[in-house]
Write a protein that binds this ligand. Structure first.
Ligand code: HEC
Ligand code: HEC
Ligand code: HEC
Ligand code: HEC
Length: 351
């Protein structure tokens, strides 16, 4: 009798463990709340944000949901990692899919969707969209609007102006701080990521405030801040990843190279902007950070100190006076993928 129920029992336990692993790793790796219980799902956002959703459906982030698990490369990685079903393996789910708990069941429901970048919406989705109880935006006072945004941020919403958090999110996936996955699974150690060029191509969906008439480019000042913050977060993420290295093998080597490259770029940035004290401090911390195996504690400490400077940079400056950086910033022909100029289609495409 007991054995008859065993398979179900195990399955339920496994689902529970996956749900727990998903919420745990998400808080450690990124500032975003990715708990499956708080995921609304991209279709909920699309109810109002139809244009942004249409652009999103043309990206790799959308397509990975169907394509990754079926790809030969995925099969190879899974085999080396002894993984049977990619879509129930929390390690892969964390970076490739949006996971949602509904009716007690946790499942991947989409690729890399809105809430993996803007944070799980349950607590703020209503609040951010209602004009503080006024029916129209015009009827909401400035103070009310400011309070609405402040509350939304407090409840976890990540807005475009929060550059540090946005960048941390991208890097939380685009650097892969998993030694076994890289050394044994031979998964890539991450992307050749850079925030300006990777956010202004296919990913760009600045269509809300232009009512879909124009997919707005980031301003010159914003691009400069994106470039700086992106590079600091690149370095921060890379040294955290080096800290997790225990073996002299591809993972450790690639992450150490990554950190060294980012440090070089940071030196160029600091040279162009000699009067920014945060950059000097970052380089000083970097100089004392030793890229060695088994140095999790020391490198985590250094990364935490760098994070403080990064937050300061992102809140103190708007980039308008940083024109000296412009020659370092990747030009539009280096953008990753083609940006949608306007909304590709007004109709909601079939799923
Ligand atoms: C009921 C309609 C509605 C839904 C559903 C909705 N939004 Fe919004 N969203 C709005 C409105 C309205 C604004 C602009 C408010 C303003 O102009 O002050 C907005 C603004 C935003 C902004 C820009 C914030 C800024 O700093 O300017 C982001 C990002 C956003 N929404 C993300 C999302 C995400 C992600 C979801 C799904 C979890 C979602 N929204 C669901 C109506 C909605
Ligand atoms: C820390 C985040 C992270 C984890 C964990 C992760 N991936 Fe990836 N994966 C990425 C990123 C980022 C890329 C894109 C790399 C690039 O820019 O080329 C990628 C690319 C891939 C690709 C090649 C592109 C594609 O979609 O076909 C495959 C296959 C893949 N991952 C499979 C897996 C499998 C299987 C697992 C679980 C065993 C997994 N990944 C776990 C972040 C991750
Ligand atoms: C890969 C991460 C990512 C995903 C996925 C994503 N966003 Fe964004 N979103 C951003 C970034 C970054 C910006 C700011 C871009 C900039 O400054 O050029 C932004 C900007 C916005 C804005 C402001 C638009 C404006 O007109 O200024 C809205 C609204 C928004 N996103 C909603 C959504 C919705 C809805 C989805 C899902 C359909 C979504 N986002 C998916 C990262 C993402
Ligand atoms: C939850 C994890 C995750 C987050 C957050 C994330 N990405 Fe990605 N991104 C991926 C994965 C995985 C792929 C590879 C998908 C594939 O090709 O199958 C990818 C692919 C891309 C691509 C396409 C690359 C190509 O090969 O053409 C761009 C561009 C990109 N991401 C930009 C961004 C930016 C910018 C941000 C932050 C604003 C971001 N991503 C946040 C996981 C993530």
């Amino acid at each position: 009798m007991v054995t008859r129920y065993k398979p179900m029992h195990l399955k339920a336990l496994k689902a529970l463990l996956i749900a727990a692993a998903l919420s745990l790793t998400s808080t450690a790796a990124a500032p975003t709340d990715r708990s499956p219980k708080k995921m609304e799902g991209p279709e909920e956002c699309a109810e109002c944000h139809r244009d942004e959703a249409t652009v999103w459906r043309g990206t790799h982030h959308y397509k990975t949901f169907r394509e990754m698990p079926r790809s030969e490369d995925a099969e190879k990685i899974a085999k080396k990692m002894r993984i049977k079903r990619i879509k129930s393996e929390s390690l892969c789910l964390n970076c490739h899919f949006t996971n949602q708990t509904k009716g007690g069941k946790t499942e991947p429901i989409a690729g890399i969707s809105c809430e993996l970048c803007h944070s799980a919406g349950k607590d703020w989705i209503k609040l951010h969209a209602e004009f503080s109880g006024n029916k129209k935006k015009e009827n909401e006072s400035k103070q009310q609007a400011a309070l609405r945004w402040k509350k939304s941020e407090k409840l976890g919403m990540i807005r475009p102006r929060q550059l540090y958090k946005l960048a941390k999110n991208c890097y939380g996936c685009h650097v892969v701080p998993q030694e076994k996955l890289v050394n044994v699974g031979e998964h890539t150690a991450g992307s050749k990521f850079e925030l300006v060029s990777w956010s202004q191509g296919e990913v760009r969906h600045n269509l809300w405030y232009t009512q879909g008439k124009e997919n707005k480019k980031a301003t010159a000042g914003r691009k400069r801040m994106m470039y700086i913050i992106g590079m600091v977060v690149e370095y921060e993420t890379a040294i955290r990843a080096v800290g997790k290295a225990t073996k002299k093998a591809p993972y450790a080597i690639k992450m150490a190279k990554r950190a060294a490259r980012a440090r070089k770029k940071l030196k160029l940035i600091a040279k162009a902007l000699p009067r920014v004290p945060e950059l000097k401090k970052i380089l000083k911390i970097a100089k004392s950070a030793k890229l060695k195996l088994n140095s999790d504690a020391a490198l985590t400490k250094a990364a935490d100190r760098i994070a403080v400077e990064a937050v300061s940079l992102s809140t103190k400056y708007d980039g308008s006076k940083f024109a000296k950086l412009d020659s370092l910033i990747p030009p539009p022909d280096k953008y990753k993928g083609k940006p949608a100029k306007v909304v590709p289609t007004k109709k909601k495409p079939a799923k």
